[in-house]
Design a protein around this ligand. Sequence first.
Ligand SMILES: [Zn+2]
Length: 172
Amino acid sequence: MRISPTAAYRLLVHVRRKGECLFWKGKSWAGGFRLYHEHDHSPVEPSIASWILWRGAMPKGRRIVRTCGNLRCIAPGHLEAVTPKEFAARFPVRTPPRGVDSAAHRVSGHQVYAARVSYAAGLSLLAIKRRLGIAPRTAWLLISGRTWAHIGGPVGTRSRQEAAALRYGRAE
Ligand SMILES: [Zn+2]
């Protein structure tokens, strides 16, 4: 894959520095952040675009993880291309302990990670709890990092009012 000059421009123009990280502040969608090629409008993850611009081709069959844990970060030094096996080791899918059927154990580590990213990107807590089929409180606990703390990702980055509203049974 090649990154067109326009896509590269759009990648870099939306970058804001925060500490050691370079946060991409462009358009986001529910599952992540997207940048588009102008010729065919195919999406490319900003992190992948960053990788290609600075390091060349993406190694085949690998996916990017951020060593800093900030999902909007595209700092070349913070990106690592890992194999599916390495990815699975980093974000393990927890198997429910025997006899335990709590909602918190029904979601996987990867789902938790995705839920945190979606929340940070603007998806509502209500939509996330529906998607995962869990109780609002369970959803808030995992997004805010009170449960699944080892998974990382952006935790509880939006206001707690929304969570409070859900907890008291009001719609958003
Ligand atoms: Zn970073």
